[in-house]
Design a protein around this ligand. Structure first.
Ligand SMILES: C=Cc1c2[nH]c(c1C)Cc1[nH]c(c(CCC(=O)O)c1C)Cc1[nH]c(c(C)c1CCC(=O)O)Cc1[nH]c(c(C)c1C=C)C2
Length: 711
């Protein structure tokens, strides 16, 4: 089945007339009449989304008619008026269930017959999950090249850190970093699923069913008790669910102002065009009210970034909301409701395009892909039997088994030679002093370390030292140094003998910023009911050994308390609690919030310094500038990937690693990993029922065979 989508972009500059809503409405009605489709308008741009059964011919006739009107109106719509059909009928077809390959009628991107001949020696700096996956993909994409992975620490895997500890009657797995992966089907998660297929990991997967309490029951602690967030209730009818959820919303103080906020949202004024970004706190307060921002959204952002909503960027973290505000007449809520009603969601066009391009390299994994897809079917999140670190271990093991890979445990320092376009990498002591200089030169480098570390690893060129003004190179290093700040999170893992310790079932709970200091002097961000999320979907309440999880062989209750994050950003490191005090603080939190007084059989804390990058207001522009610097200074031979840049989730990191290796294989030297920040996001519509992706594009794209993929 083939669907057409046409987007008509009227662009006109009316001067004062642009503010004339009557004129705009008149035009919208006319266009709508002609095209028989809904029209939206934003600052003089009219958008017509005309999907499905409308044929090209009729669309063109309508466009012709619109052009005529536009010309006739020219007298009124001075000083100039331009009507253009910017893009029509890019098409894709079936989107398959889960993560088998996408089929598309988009003119196929032609993979280079031979991999990039310039890429003979490639270095990957950083042995976290991004570095491991980048190196692994490079070995596949460039079978004749040498790939060297540099990691300063003895251990590979970075933040993926799962520890198996003995207790009476078995073993318990504690996670110190991320603990689950989101099964998002068509998002970044598909790359992780493909990696799992490559590594033959289907049997290691522990899925959490989307219908399980762990997936459906999410709580926020406010003001002094747990409040279940509205969602379908497990095991009851839809109507009962709705009635109970409405009851909760009307009764609980956490939702104060929420209904009014949603109702008045469509009438909220759009930000002036010159505003490039806004904090999530300000954005949500402006459109929905401060209560929603402080009580609900701040809790959500604690669970992902451990960050401050008044610093985090809306444009980077919620690009869709940012976009909808710009384009929608009916407000964000109306727009989202309409999309939900139509069974649609908007996705960044470039993401879909990359999926289509890179999927061509994945066709050989049909069998293992199906096994992974079957394992993930119906799950919301998943982990592995030996914890999330198993993903890093398996990737590392595949690298060790690969002939063209070498792993060097050293502090890499990089110097670029613009003449040869090579990087010279040396071993330093971390303060810039060379320890050994026995490494090769590298044609490409994938840097997966945080931006601050990268600025230290890139050697300052001699020429810049003599001048009084900092050179562009030094400017770049300075930008990198401050590009992405981080927060520290104290992670406390506890294991109790009693399997029925928690008063509710679910994923856990989060604490919003609005919680009083009396209720949270420890600055806890959230508590995870670990036994629930790591149990796996096969475990049921009727299991012979209740409380025994897929990861843990001893029955009991596993909890994780997370503290600090942005709350501690302004604290002096010496004022932060040590790990012993942190365990005590976590126990106090659990006693106050959940009434737990039992002594855990196992309790361990670890301060995760600089654990979570913060995409603060202006991240987009900062990354765009760094992209231009990297291109200019290194001719595209340095690509960046990892949580400091394109997304903090493991799925995002796996995707960024895949993209870096793809770009090197294809010789796309204009790309640095940050190129998407340098351009306006284009959007595609995904129709859930038809499993179809409609490509929308603002700018004209080159026709079949020419220019796809931004080459
Ligand atoms: C070390 C603490 C971390 C906190 N956030 C992250 C880490 C590593 C990173 C993170 N957490 C989540 C995401 C969203 C995207 C994703 O890949 O799923 C990211 C990037 C969501 C999340 N947060 C918690 C869990 C168990 C999950 C995943 C599962 C789910 O959504 O169901 C718990 C949690 N993480 C942090 C806190 C304070 C917290 C509290 C309960 C900080």
């Amino acid at each position: 089945m083939m669907f057409f989508v046409a987007v008509v972009n009227f662009k006109f500059d009316l001067g004062e007339a642009c503010r004339d809503t009557f004129l705009q409405n008149m035009m919208m009605r006319y266009i709508s009449l002609q095209t028989k489709h809904a029209v939206s308008c934003n600052r003089g741009h009219f958008h017509v989304l005309a999907p499905a059964l409308l044929c090209e011919m009729r669309m063109c006739c309508s466009l012709y008619a619109i052009n005529q009107v536009a010309r006739r109106k020219q007298a009124i719509l001075r000083p100039w008026f331009q009507c253009s059909r910017s893009f029509t009928s890019t098409v894709s077809t079936r989107y398959p269930p889960l993560i088998t390959s996408i089929q598309s009628d988009i003119p196929a991107y032609k993979l280079q017959a031979q991999p990039n001949p310039r890429a003979k020696n490639v270095a990957v700096v950083g042995g976290g999950i991004t570095g491991l996956v980048a190196a692994y993909n490079l070995t596949k994409a460039l079978p004749n090249a040498r790939v060297t992975l540099f990691e300063a620490k003895k251990k590979l895997g970075g933040w993926l850190d799962s520890e198996l500890l003995p207790v009476d009657g078995g073993e318990i797995l504690f996670e110190w970093g991320p603990r689950t992966l989101r099964n998002d089907g068509i998002g970044a998660g598909r790359y992780t699923a493909q990696l799992m297929a490559q590594l033959d990991m289907a049997d290691d997967v522990l899925p959490t069913s989307a219908n399980s309490p762990a997936a459906l029951n999410r709580y926020i602690y406010y003001p002094d008790h747990l409040v279940r967030m509205p969602a379908r209730l497990p095991g009851v009818s839809l109507w009962t669910s709705i009635v109970r959820n409405v009851g909760t919303v009307l009764q609980e103080p956490i939702f104060k102002g929420a209904i009014l906020g949603l109702l008045r949202e469509p009438s909220v004024k759009v930000l002036p065009e010159h505003v490039q970004d806004e904090s999530i706190g300000d954005f949500v307060s402006r459109r929905f009210g401060g209560h929603i921002a402080d009580n609900l959204v701040s809790a959500l952002l604690h669970g992902i970034y451990a960050g401050d909503i008044y610093k985090l960027s809306t444009k980077t973290i919620f690009p869709l909301l940012w976009h909808l505000e710009q384009i929608s007449e009916a407000g964000i809520v109306g727009e989202l409701a309409e999309q939900m009603w139509n069974g649609e969601s908007l996705l960044p066009y470039d993401d879909i395009e990359f999926t289509l391009q890179s999927d061509q390299t994945m066709n050989m994994f049909e069998g293992p892909m199906k096994a992974v897809a079957a394992k993930l079917q119906g799950s919301s999140v998943y982990t592995f039997k030996k914890g999330l670190a198993q993903l890093a271990e398996k990737t590392g093991a595949a690298l060790v088994g690969s002939k063209n890979v070498e792993i060097k445990h050293m502090n890499a320092s990089l110097a670029f030679n613009p003449q040869t376009k090579n990087f010279h990498i040396t071993d330093t002591d971390g303060r810039g002093n060379t320890l050994q200089d026995n490494t090769n030169d590298y044609d490409y480098v994938v840097a997966t370390i945080p931006s601050r570390q990268l600025s230290q690893a890139l050697k300052v060129q001699d020429t810049s030292k003599s001048t009084s003004r900092p050179s562009p190179y030094v400017n770049m290093l300075n930008r990198l140094k401050t590009a992405t700040p981080t927060v520290n999170v104290m992670v406390v893992n506890l294991f109790y003998r009693n399997p029925n310790l928690i008063p509710v079932t679910g994923f856990g709970y989060l604490l919003p910023r609005s919680i009083s200091i009396e209720q949270n002097p420890e600055r806890a961000l959230g508590v995870i009911f670990g036994s629930e999320t790591s149990r796996g979907s096969s475990a049921t309440p009727s299991d012979p050994s209740p409380g025994t999880t897929g990861q843990d062989s001893a029955p009991g209750t596993k909890l994780t308390v997370m503290m600090g994050g942005h709350w501690w950003s302004s604290w002096c490191p010496s004022d932060l609690p040590d790990e012993e005090s942190a365990v005590k603080m976590a126990k106090t939190v659990l006693k106050r919030h959940l009434g737990i007084t039992e002594t855990p059989v196992l309790a361990k804390a670890r301060m995760q310094w600089n654990a979570i990058p913060q995409y603060e207001v202006g991240h987009h522009e900062r990354m765009a500038r760094i992209h231009h610097h990297l291109r200019r200074e290194f001719d595209g031979r340095l690509k960046v990937a990892g949580s400091a840049y394109q997304g903090v989730g493991v799925n995002d990191c796996v995707k960024a690693a895949r993209k870096a290796s793809f770009d090197i294989r294809e010789g796309l030297d204009e790309r640095t990993g940050l190129e998407s920040f340098g351009q306006e996001t284009r959007w595609a519509v995904y129709k859930r029922k038809e499993r179809t992706v409609y490509m929308l594009n603002k700018g004209r794209r080159k026709g079949p065979g020419g220019g796809q993929g931004g080459r």
